[in-house]
Design a protein around this ligand. Structure first.
Ligand code: HEC
Length: 129
């Protein structure tokens, strides 16, 4: 009797740890942002040409090319992106701040990492680098 209780306890503890072990693994795969943001997001080498323009090209140019320029905003050159960076609209729309149209319009918000990269560039004065 005593032995079977120990056996039962050991089996239950073992299965609980196996089940929760698997659960943790899955969560890590699906949401890598479980780890501190700094480890995941490298904002050190952010430039307009290599970083900001490619984020904008994948997420914004479908509506803000020079020919479409929805809302009167074209984001296809450094000068045009710098204009909305300098007047505060760029950070306002991508962070979905109150009082700004949330962008990309009707789409998913940019990742925290992409927002952090754009913020770094805007805070540096939106240079043409
Ligand atoms: C599906 C189309 C679409 C996408 C994608 C999109 N926009 Fe827009 N955007 C619009 C439209 C339409 C407006 C005008 C909204 C209005 O004035 O009601 C607009 C307006 C803006 C404005 C001006 C807001 C203001 O208050 O004057 C900015 C800045 C802007 N978008 C930036 C972006 C950025 C940055 C991205 C990418 C992260 C993006 N948009 C993606 C459609 C889009």
């Amino acid at each position: 009797m005593k032995n079977s209780i120990w056996f039962f306890l050991t089996v239950s503890i073992f299965s609980v740890s196996v089940v929760s072990g698997c659960k943790d693994d899955k969560e890590e795969e699906i949401t890598p942002t479980n780890n501190p943001q700094q480890q995941q997001c490298d904002t050190n080498a952010v430039t307009y040409s290599s970083t900001v323009s490619s984020i904008i090209s994948s997420n914004c140019l479908s509506c803000h090319s020079s020919s479409l320029a929805q809302g009167g905003v074209a984001l296809d050159t450094h000068t045009r992106v710098k204009a909305v960076a300098d007047n505060g609209k760029l950070m306002g729309v991508i962070t979905h701040a109150a009082g700004f149209k949330p962008m990309p319009l009707g789409g998913a918000k940019l990742s925290d990492c992409n927002i952090a990269k754009i913020k770094k560039w805007v805070d540096a004065g939106a240079p043409n680098n």
